[in-house]
Ligand binder design. Structure first.
Ligand code: THU
Length: 125
């Protein structure tokens, strides 16, 4: 699957986002090394700090299914390009410091960056 298809899966997933507060629906599609795709959406909460981003949802789904090796993650935001937040960058760094991150306003304008560019010198024990 190429990056554009992965982005399209993230976009499709975003329709399931639970975002009644921000109205900013986000979808993520995470591709494991074996080709399996795990999608995720943002899940907001009336206690705003309890909100979970789409990227972390996708990772938690994959990790809890036993997946450990990842190749690429695409993110779609309904209100424009969604770059992963700082918490998500560190969360992903734990499992995939070299993962490719695909973002963009639409499928014609994709940006592809390695996570270690988005989070240089991330923390690890
Ligand atoms: N959000 C994500 O799910 N991923 C991102 O990359 C950026 C932000 C969510 C969190 C919140 O539900 C909404 O977007 C607005 O911040």
């Amino acid at each position: 699957m190429d990056y554009r298809e992965l982005y399209d899966m993230a976009k499709k997933a975003s329709s399931n986002a639970y975002a009644p507060y921000s109205k900013f629906k986000v979808g993520a599609a995470l591709m494991a090394r074996n080709g399996k795709i795990y999608t995720g959406v943002n899940v907001e909460n009336s206690s705003f700090g309890a909100t979970i981003c789409a990227e972390r949802t996708a990772f938690v789904k994959a990790i809890s299914e036993g997946e450990r090796e990842f190749e690429a993650l695409a993110v779609y935001g309904s209100g424009g390009e969604a770059l992963p937040c700082g918490i998500c960058r560190q969360f992903m760094y734990e499992f995939a410091p070299d993962i490719m991150v695909i973002t963009g306003e639409d499928e014609q304008h994709l940006n592809v960056r390695a996570l270690n560019k988005l989070l240089p010198e991330g923390f690890s024990l």
